[in-house]
Write a protein that binds this ligand. Structure first.
Ligand code: TXA
Ligand code: MG
Length: 342
């Protein structure tokens, strides 16, 4: 299959909507990361998403809408909790996904058999135009091969999925760079399942009590059930091994500088002190910039030859830092070296 590279022009959006309405798959720009979109009400199309990504069949998808009234229009939920309405008012359109009780209209292929459905109203105009033109709610996971870093450019999507999907709409570089914040309203109090640009503090400001799932920052024990299936899988990993390093500046430099075949994932301020190859995530303590650059950096690692291990500086977990830490620790398979303790 030839994968068309489309723009966000009206004409191209119509072409993409036609692909969706024929049961095909389209790489869709959003403000977080690119999604791989299909008609959420067409089970065969949904199966195509799982095949193209090589995604485990027990990992449910997010349903994207372009208007809050789409929830009623397509009958997506059994119940639209008051707390969800309040969050929608405050954060939609935007990088927040809410899990609610699913209706019978949503196929179990989308929710991987769960009785709840994840819904998001993205703010990216390209995504909104595609959803509106298709006149369908669109199921879309991140548009990467399962296990790879999520795509933040149309070129990333092409690299992973060209030949397997109908089209990619190039809507520019993703503004946020990390996937949406995921909160479930099926627990009382609600629980944050995946941190993102919308922070735990922002959610608590609006809702009062919000639990933080332990799996956000820690590895699930083998016996523990994942509150969100996506938490179980290794994610965002380049081919080289990634390891997080907790250390003061100088300790970090001394640790990496005497090693071979390694690369440092660090900050602009570090580069003059680091003698090995490095990739920076921008200035220190600028989590939003770090979020925006992280996935492209993880992909860039694979372009460096002979790199066996990547040592990454460890962000703090306050604010958007929690989202960066959550992705990095997964890329590292939860491997952390703590030089403060040695
Ligand atoms: O920003 C985003 O959310 C992007 C863009 C394309 O919108 N999408 C995205 O989708 O990141 P994906 O499939 O890569 O991640 C969705 C996460 C997974 O961890 C999945 O397990 C979880 O949401 N999820 C989806 N439905 C769920 C449900 N009903 N209950 C619990 N977790 C759910
Ligand atoms: Mg994903």
């Amino acid at each position: 299959m030839k994968t068309l590279l489309l723009t966000t022009s009206e004409e191209d959006i119509l072409k993409a909507a036609e692909i969706i309405n024929n049961g095909g798959l389209v790489g869709m720009p959003t403000e977080t990361v690119y999604g791989l979109a299909a008609d959420a009400l067409n089970p065969e199309a949904i199966k195509g998403i799982f095949r193209a990504k090589g995604r485990p069949s027990d990992n449910p998808l997010i349903v994207h809408i372009a208007d809050i009234n789409d929830i009623d229009k397509y009958g997506l939920v059994r119940e639209f909790p008051e707390s969800a309405k309040i969050l929608a008012e405050k954060f939609w359109p935007g990088p927040l996904t809410m899990i609610m009780p699913k209706s019978d209209s949503v196929p179990f292929e989308v929710t991987a058999g769960l009785d709840s459905v994840a819904i998001r109203f993205p703010s990216h105009k390209g995504a909104q135009a595609l959803i509106a033109s298709s006149q369908k709610p669109l199921a879309a996971p991140s548009a990467n091969l399962s296990g790879s870093p999520s795509p933040t450019t149309a070129a990333h999507v092409m690299k992973d999925l060209a030949g397997k999907i109908g089209a990619v709409i190039d809507g520019g570089d993703c503004e946020v760079g990390l996937e949406s914040t995921v909160i479930t309203l099926c627990t009382n109090p609600p629980t944050l399942l995946r941190p993102g640009k919308i922070t735990l503090d922002q959610l608590r400001e609006v809702l009062g009590e919000v639990n933080l799932s332990t799996a956000v920052l820690e590895k699930l024990k083998d016996t523990e059930e994942a509150p969100s299936p996506g938490m179980k899988y290794r994610h965002y990993a380049p081919k080289a091994k990634v390891c997080l390093v907790k250390a003061e500046d100088k300790a970090f430099y001394d640790f990496v500088n005497n090693k071979n075949n390694v690369l440092a994932l660090c900050y602009d301020e570090d580069t003059e002190n680091i003698k090995i190859p490095c990739i920076t995530l921008g200035k220190k303590n600028n989590y939003e910039e770090e979020a925006k650059k992280l996935f492209a950096a993880l992909r860039e690692i694979d372009e460096h030859e002979d790199i066996e291990t990547v040592y990454a500086r460890c962000p703090d977990t306050d604010g958007v830092g929690m989202a960066v830490y959550n992705r990095l620790i997964r890329a590292a398979g939860f491997e952390v070296i703590d030089l403060y303790e040695q």
